[in-house]
Design a protein around this ligand. Structure first.
Ligand code: NDP
Length: 280
């Protein structure tokens, strides 16, 4: 069994990004909008900030109170859209109740949508056009590439159908010619699907939903879940799957660090596009 080293792979990519960004006199800028006091969001945003600092991306944080007027946030995004110095814009989700998430996200100019969540980015993903792919699916696909895990003809089962993870992953796996099944909370007899998965990707937010009795021998298991219990992090997959699977992405240290590094990569891509810098 091979444990996927998300930390190691993310560190390697970060160093590559850092050395490229070091060569640019004017640095990329990532603008991050937060609303309210969600504790998990604070941790995620801080991780993003640290990673940006490391590679040399300037981090602009607009931290709004939970009762800020939606129009004020929209106005700020419109300003950032127009500002050529700003390469990428993200709105940290979830937002407090009462905000029109779609409206806010879709205000972001597509060229700066480094989280890949606008309707335009989603359309491009489906039509296989050049656009931003959401960071978690992109990180998972990078793991497959790095570990030479071939998806062609494989049964990929994804548990979780969020816009952030499950839905974009369908497109990414189809691009690699996998046969894709997506399960969710209303799926009956989940095990009958997971048992058939050559590659199982789990993103539910339910601690240890999947255990060794539910997986196929020698399958690849990608655990996206982050569940904090008594200050300790757990995935959606029970580590006892190790006895049976061929690869496992652990929690912590698997998909999480890859997600952050893909945000940096998307921000650099946006910067290069805006500044007309071609890839070598
Ligand atoms: P959402 O809450 O948006 O989606 C969860 C999905 O899981 C839903 O589609 C839901 O089904 C499904 N689900 C819930 N219960 C079950 C069940 N018993 N059986 C099968 N499916 C079920 O979460 P996200 O996609 O945003 O995140 C999922 C997890 O991944 C969370 O733990 C989150 O913290 C983590 N995460 C980790 C990231 C990382 O970088 N490592 C990045 C993003 C998320 P339904 O649609 O029917 O409600």
């Amino acid at each position: 069994m091979i444990t996927i080293d998300g930390n190691g792979l993310a560190a390697k990519i970060k160093d590559e990004l850092k050395s490229e960004i070091d060569s640019y006199e004017i640095k990329p800028i990532l603008a991050v909008i937060t609303i309210g006091d969600d504790e998990s969001s604070k941790v995620y945003v801080n991780n993003k900030k640290k990673a940006c600092n490391y590679v040399g991306i300037s981090f602009l944080h607009f931290d709004y109170v939970s009762f800020v007027k939606e129009a004020e946030v929209i106005k700020k995004i419109e300003e950032l859209n127009k500002d050529n110095k700003v390469s990428g814009i993200i709105v940290q989700l979830p937002l407090p109740k009462g905000y029109d998430v779609n409206k806010i996200i879709n205000t972001i100019n597509n060229n700066k949508d480094v989280d890949g969540l606008t309707n335009e980015s989603i359309g491009k993903l489906i039509n296989k056009e050049d656009g931003f792919i959401p960071c978690t699916p992109k990180g998972i696909m990078s793991i497959f590439d790095y570990y030479k895990i071939n998806l062609e003809g494989k049964n990929v089962v994804i548990i979780g159908r969020s816009n952030l993870v499950g839905k974009p992953l369908i497109q990414e796996c189809l691009k690699k010619d996998a046969t894709v099944t997506i399960c969710h909370s209303k799926t009956s007899d989940l095990k009958s699907y997971t048992k058939k998965a050559d590659i199982l990707i789990v993103a539910t937010g339910i601690k240890h939903l999947i255990n060794k009795t539910m997986i196929k021998k020698d399958s690849v298991i990608i655990d996206v879940g982050i569940n904090k219990v008594n200050n300790k992090l757990y995935g959606d997959v029970n580590p006892n799957v190790e006895e049976k699977c061929s690869y496992l992405s652990p929690v912590p240290g698997g998909v999480g660090p890859m997600t952050v590094v893909m945000l940096l990569q998307n921000t650099l891509t946006a910067y290069k596009k805006i500044n007309g810098i071609k890839n070598e």
